[in-house]
Ligand binder design. Structure first.
Ligand code: MTE
Length: 314
């Protein structure tokens, strides 16, 4: 099922941002989940202004329609249409990201504050899902390194662990008797990977705040890794000494490694990773594209893995 945005003017275009963000909270709170679930998701988008980034690809962008209606977000179901249909129940404002562990300055950040105090950039990135499809998405966000510098990691911090919100009452997929994953969804990066300028925390796409199905209000984007690294709706970031557990590795360790670097020469045990289908390039006879090492970002990231056997550390 596709949820379409109303064709007429968005409230974000005619109402001051603060007023309408407050109205959003009121709608989610006073009117209750049933009503907010019934609201068209597009109503929630607020414009974000962002500088252009030299890290952007000039490849053709995947349509907003495809980016926001073909998703993976298992907390709202396992179907590609489930997140767009069901993620409207997640209350994304107010929202706090707690940063803890081996840091000099542990902190709780309100997302609104993070957005105001960060130099937002538009980063048009190629994204590759482990399932064999790809998209080109114009994210709006800021370098993860900027947030890391604010909290002053200690010398003992070697990894960064991320956690998604766990709210069974707002997440229909989490209520299942037979959960697909252990909740909350968790992911991790090595600290030097997290500091790489390509790694961003995204707060928007296509010039507006993130739709819920894409991980509102804040999610990780690591374009040289398979999409499952891009943990959505983050509530906690911890600096740790040992490699943290990750949801998909826990679920199927033989299929999903900690590193998850896009690598056309290391097949998934059940299918090849040599090629990809670009979403939106329709038609029966459209050729699959060759998948590029590190998703085409080798120049910027290959040095992170010098001397590592990438078949072992997949
Ligand atoms: N984050 C959470 N919390 N739950 C999920 O199920 N799915 C991952 C990742 N982040 C997922 C998640 C997977 S498998 C992919 S491919 C991307 O989100 C998809 O991001 P998109 O829907 O914005 O394209």
């Amino acid at each position: 099922m596709l949820i379409r945005r109303p064709a007429d003017v968005l409230p974000s275009e005619i109402t001051p941002r603060e007023v309408y963000l407050n109205r959003r909270q009121w709608m989610a709170g006073a009117a209750g989940l049933a009503l907010s679930a019934a609201l068209p998701l597009g109503l929630e988008a607020a414009p974000l202004s962002a500088a252009k980034s030299p890290f952007s690809t000039d490849e053709k962008k995947t349509s907003r329609e495809d980016v926001t209606s073909y998703n993976n977000y298992y907390e709202f179901g396992t179907g590609k249409e489930d997140p767009a249909a069901h993620a409207g129940t997640l209350k994304t404002a107010p929202w706090t990201v707690n940063v803890d562990g081996m840091v000099g300055k542990p902190a709780s950040f309100a997302v609104e504050e993070l957005i105001k105090s960060s130099a937002l950039e538009e980063r048009i990135y190629r994204m590759r899902c482990v399932e064999g499809w790809s998209m080109v998405i114009p994210w709006v966000g800021f370098p993860l390194a900027d947030l890391i510098k604010r909290v002053e990691p200690l010398g003992s911090a070697k990894y960064v662990a991320f956690e998604t919100a766990y709210r069974p009452e707002e997440m229909s997929g989490v209520q299942s008797m037979f959960p697909v994953l252990d909740w909350p969804y968790v992911e991790g990066l090595r600290l030097d990977e997290a500091m790489n300028p390509l790694a961003i925390l995204a707060v928007g796409l296509y010039g507006e705040t993130l739709p819920n199905q894409n991980g509102a209000p804040i999610r990780l984007v690591v374009p040289w890794k398979y999409g499952f690294k891009g943990i959505k709706s983050i509530t906690r970031i911890s600096f740790v000494e040992k490699q943290p557990e990750t949801s998909w590795n826990r679920q199927a360790p033989g299929e999903y490694g900690f590193y998850a670097n896009v690598n056309p020469s290391v097949d998934h045990p059940r299918w090849s990773q040599a090629t990809e289908r670009r979403i939106g390039e329709g038609g029966l006879f459209v050729k699959r594209r060759p998948t590029l090492m590190f998703n085409g970002y080798a120049d910027q990231v290959a040095s992170l893995y010098t001397g590592m056997d990438l078949r072992k550390f997949y």
